[in-house]
Design a protein around this ligand. Sequence first.
Ligand SMILES: [Zn+2]
Ligand SMILES: [Zn+2]
Length: 136
Amino acid sequence: MAAGQCLCGAIRYRVHAPLRDAVICHCVDCRRWHGSSPAMVAAPRESVEIIGDEPAWYTEDDKPRRGFCGRCGSSLFWDAPERPSLTIAAGTLDTPTGLRTEARIFTAHAGDYELIPDDGLPQHPYQAPPDIVATP
Ligand SMILES: [Zn+2]
Ligand SMILES: [Zn+2]
C-alpha cells in the first residue's frame, strides 16, 4: 500500500488502490505551486485516506483546488472535481514506490531554464491525453 506525508508529518496519507505512474507537469501553475516541475501520481479519490491534519486548500477562480500542509507548506494534492481521481505529488510518497515516470505534459510551458532530457518519455506540449489522466 502506498503512503506518504508532508515535510513535517502533520499530514500523512495512505492509498488503498494502485497508483497511476508519475507524470511530470511543466505548466506554469504547477511550477509556481511546487517551486519546480512536479512529478504527480493519481489514485481514485475515495482510496486516499488522510491521517492527521486536514490539508488546507488553495482555490483560484474555477481552477482545480490544491491541497497543502498548513504547518510546513508542503504541496500535496491537486483535485479537479470533474475527475474521479485525486492527483498526488510523487515527491511526498514514502519510497520505494515501485512506480515509474510515464510522460511529461505542458512541455510548451516549461521554464526556459529547464533541461528537458531526451529520455524517450512521451512529451505532450499541452494537457495530458485521456489515457494518461485515467487512473488504473
Ligand atoms: Zn507539514
Ligand atoms: Zn501542471
